[in-house]
Design a binder for this molecule. Structure first.
Ligand SMILES: [Zn+2]
Length: 287
């Protein structure tokens, strides 16, 4: 199959990408198990694109159950270099109102017990993650959302909680004091796995609610989130259609070399079975 260079992972409310043409379903199996669903591979604006609904069609998989390693590995198998994440989020900041889009530039991890790396079992890898999102792809997304006329904010700290429940008021106030701007349940470990896979990763986080800290708003409920989702997904889909035709140039960011100085294990001690299993990531450095 012809390589697919652009991936889209759709979150709550985004289970399909109608703009894709000539689509076919691609079911993949990975060394980490089976992804959330089939990848929908098609063309958009002249580019080959793979779409995956993060929670599966019908929204069947909760955040803590996601097999993010399989999801990201599958994109890598297809040849994806740039991955656009669409994610619903709550706002922890007055200025980031429901209906706005945030392109975050920082992450804060409050998940528990999720597998966070492709490595281990005889190979140790420490990626740089000071800048967890690809600045180049983030900028492109920002400009695309601006073109739709929606309100978009470039930058913000995205706190990822374990869920599946929403926050308590105490948690929400503390997250605000920590300086977090938006809150969601899936950016970790997706962003760091994409970095390990040397895939550019950026997020279009659409604000569905003010979480529970806001005194004048009702506390978040699923109904509230779904209502706002329907309005927001239209904006994110329009932005996708604008950005994809522009993502044609070779990457100039550092994401594509993330493993270059990150593998600390002496290659002669890496078990052959591990080298084989992770060949998709390691071959370019160990051969
Ligand atoms: Zn990048």
């Amino acid at each position: 199959m012809e390589p697919v260079r652009i991936g889209i992972i759709g979150g709550s409310g985004v289970y399909q990408m109608e703009a894709l043409e000539n689509v076919k379903e691609v079911w993949l199996d990975t060394p980490f198990g089976v992804p959330s669903d089939a990848y929908i591979v098609g063309t958009l604006g002249g580019q080959r694109v793979a779409f995956l609904p993060r929670h599966g069609r019908g929204h069947r998989i909760m955040p803590g159950e996601l097999n993010s390693r399989a999801n990201i590995w599958g994109f890598k198998m297809l040849g994806v270099e740039r991955l656009i994440s669409i994610s619903a989020c709550g706002s922890l900041k007055e200025e980031y109102a429901p209906g706005h889009i945030v392109i975050p530039d920082q992450l804060f991890d409050r998940t528990r017990g999720r597998p966070l790396s492709f490595f281990g079992n005889g190979i140790v890898v420490h990626i740089s993650f000071a800048e967890p999102f690809c600045p180049e792809l983030s900028r492109a997304l920002y400009e695309a959302v601006q073109e739709t006329g929606a309100t978009v904010h470039l930058g913000g700290t995205f706190i990822t909680i374990e869920g599946p429940r929403f926050s308590t008021k105490a948690e929400s106030h503390i997250f605000r004091q920590w300086g977090a701007d938006i809150i969601g349940m899936t950016a970790v470990p997706e962003a760091q796995l994409a970095r390990e896979a040397e895939i550019c990763y950026a997020t279009m986080a659409h604000v569905t609610d003010y979480d529970v800290w806001h005194e004048t708003e009702k506390s978040v409920t699923v109904e509230m989130v779904v209502q706002q989702l329907l309005k927001n997904t239209e904006i994110t889909k329009q932005a996708i259609q604008r950005v994809i035709p522009k993502l044609t140039d070779p990457r100039t960011c550092q994401c594509g070399n993330a493993l270059q100085n990150a593998i600390i294990t002496d290659p002669k001690y890496i078990p052959p079975a591990v080298k084989t299993r992770l060949g998709l990531l390691l071959d370019k450095y160990l051969k």
